[in-house]
Design a binder for this molecule. Structure first.
Ligand code: BJW
Length: 229
């Protein structure tokens, strides 16, 4: 842990939700080993075959709606509530398991499964159970409904607020993320350059492991509560 009053910035990835039954992307059997991300997680793939992409997200949204937070999410919510300093929680995940666990606020840098977005006017609304290519935006009526997630080549959300938190961090902790996708994979380096200590909590060493001062390996449901305790 860190000294009382310290500012802790936490970045979570798919690994924290793995034990809640949601698949990761790059592990053996992960989503990107079974599906081509160029077809499913790029604006070009969506333009080529919107029905295929929406079906993929309809299936994943259904799984997210059924998922429950695990002890790692609950431990972070406890930390955020009880810590005497500031805790900035940034997630790459598009599920709502941090919120279900009681965390607030949560910075969703890659968007959310639970909202839809209009590709024409940017309006957001609660995602219906099934999205279809002919869905209209409730604000501008364009046939341009898309999942409210950040695909490759698109700019992640809230980068200014995240940058400010990294610059002020005393401790940066990455949990359940492979350290392969930028800009998130660069956050540990940015925090360290600004003087923070860096800690990785992951099943195995991440791609960017050399940036961390300390690493603890194991399932998030065990190592996160152990760290918070
Ligand atoms: C456990 C566990 C357990 C398992 N307990 N741990 C060349 C070089 C550098 C960058 C680029 C490049 N070419 C292109 C780029 C940019 C590109 C990028 O980084 N590509 C790389 C792949 C090379 N990035 C982008 O395009 C981003 N935008 C961008 O850069 O804009 C430009 C810009 C930058 C800065 C300022 C302004 C503008 C956008 C990236 C969007 C990523 N989108 C996705 C899909 C979201 C929607 C959806 O869910 O479908 O986001 S892809 C996917 O990867 C998803 C995730 O959020 C993201 C990260 O994955 P994550 O969370 O790390 O999961 P995994 O599966 O990789 O890792 C899980 C880890 O958990 C593993 O290590 C396991 O061991 C561990 N684990 N079980 C603990 N029980």
């Amino acid at each position: 842990m860190s000294k009382p009053g310290a500012h802790i910035v936490i970045l979570t990835g798919a690994g924290i939700s793995a034990e809640s039954g949601l698949g990761t992307f790059r592990d053996v059997g992960g989503l990107w080993s079974r599906y081509d991300w160029r077809d499913l997680a790029t604006p070009e793939g969506f333009a080529r075959d919107p029905g295929f992409v929406l079906d993929f997200y309809n299936w994943r949204r259904e799984r997210v709606r059924a998922a429950k937070p695990n002890p790692a999410h609950l431990a972070l919510a406890r930390l955020q509530r009880d810590w005497e300093g500031e805790v900035t929680l940034v997630t790459q995940n598009v599920d709502d398991l941090h919120e279900q666990a009681g965390s607030a606020p949560v910075i969703h840098m890659h968007g959310s499964h639970l909202t839809a977005r209009c590709a024409a006017c940017g309006h957001r609304w609660p995602a219906p159970r099934e999205m279809a290519p002919e869905d209209r935006c409730p604000a501008c009526r364009a046939e341009a409904a898309r999942p409210d997630v950040v695909w490759f080549g698109e700019t992640p959300h809230h980068l200014e607020a995240i940058g400010a938190a990294l610059a002020a961090a005393d401790l940066f902790v990455a949990i359940g993320t492979s350290g392969t996708v930028y800009p998130a994979a660069g956050f540990a380096g940015a925090a360290r350059a600004a003087g923070a200590r860096t800690l990785m909590l992951n099943l195995e060493p991440a791609e960017n492991a050399d940036i961390f001062d300390e690493a603890r390996h194991g399932p998030a449901s065990r190592i996160v509560p152990d760290w918070v305790a």
